[in-house]
Design a protein around this ligand. Structure first.
Ligand code: NAD
Length: 264
């Protein structure tokens, strides 16, 4: 352990399995000495989340569906009862109907637009409404976003629109909570093969494209997102708020295909 997070208590939302970005972040925080609580969506995930949590020293797992206000209230009540205090939160949650993560954005339905915005965007604000009350000595909050918020990426469609709104929420939340010493940031992660990502059309092609064209000529790992998350969640990032940090092997600075890359 590097001790960076010794004595800090944090909630990780969005752990599904050992491929989740939330898992990379949880491991980095636990390794730095943090005490962790985990929320999981639905009973089916408990059998995966519980052993993962236990493997890094946490027996604090609690269900939460972020689409349901009562469920969020119950989660934060449980944290209040057990800890009475919270230092950091991680929001690694997104969802959209996978039938709309292919084809044209213009064909997005009203119902899936509303649902994607609710689960992928509003949930972060709903989480912060509750976390704020427990962050009585300042805190740090982190969400996960993607480059599809800034530029058109194939098949990302309504999720790109949702991530743009999520990034704007990071800035507004940073302003609202800054006076209380609570920092709010996002990591814009490069493409990683996870459960959520496998719902996106042509995902393998997108992964390969990133690998061939990013300045570092590779994709990124969950553990690398974890290391950058540690910077933003710990005192190392003490003057950083409202920021969207790209952890993407530099892909976002590229304006054109690498001429040396083979055809894929
Ligand atoms: P993942 O499937 O491991 O995690 C997504 C999580 O969202 C799951 O744990 C799922 O249970 C949770 N979730 C969905 N709906 C929920 C609800 N109603 N209530 C509670 N939880 C709910 O996939 P991941 O790739 O680790 O995704 C984590 C975050 O990272 C997402 O916001 C995703 O958009 C973002 N992201 C992923 C990539 C990538 O390439 N994988 C890149 C950039 C950003």
């Amino acid at each position: 352990s590097n001790g960076l997070m010794a004595g800090k208590r944090g909630l990780i939302m969005g752990l599904a399995n050992d491929k989740s970005i939330a898992w990379g972040i949880a491991k980095a925080c636990a390794d730095a000495g943090a005490e962790l609580a985990f929320s999981y969506q639905g009973d089916a995930l408990l059998k995966r989340v519980k052993p993962l949590a236990e493997s890094i020293g946490s027996d604090f797992v609690h269900p939460c569906d972020v689409g349901d206000a009562d469920s969020l209230d119950a989660l934060f009540a449980a944290i209040g009862e057990r800890w009475g205090h919270l230092d950091f939160v991680v929001h690694a949650i997104g969802f959209s109907d996978k039938d709309e993560l292919r084809g044209r954005y213009i064909d997005t339905s009203r119902a899936n637009f509303a649902m994607s915005m609710d689960i992928s965007v509003y949930s972060f604000t709903a989480m912060m409404q509750r976390a704020e009350k427990l962050m009585t000595s300042g805190g740090s909050a982190l969400t996960l976003t993607y480059y599809g918020a800034e530029k058109v990426m194939p098949h990302y469609n309504v999720m790109g629109v949702a991530k743009a709104a999520l990034e704007a929420s990071v800035r507004y939340l940073a302003e609202d909570l800054g006076r209380d010493g609570i920092r709010v940031n996002a990591i814009s992660a490069g493409t990683i093969k996870t459960l959520a990502a496998s719902g996106i059309g042509d995902f393998r092609y997108i992964l390969k494209w990133n690998e061939l064209n990013a300045p570092l000529r590779r994709t990124v790992t969950q553990d690398e997102v974890g290391k950058s998350a540690l910077y933003l969640l710990s005192d190392l990032g003490s003057a950083v708020t409202g920021e969207v940090l790209h952890v993407d092997s530099g892909y976002h600075v590229i304006g054109m295909k690498n001429p040396d890359a083979p055809d894929i």
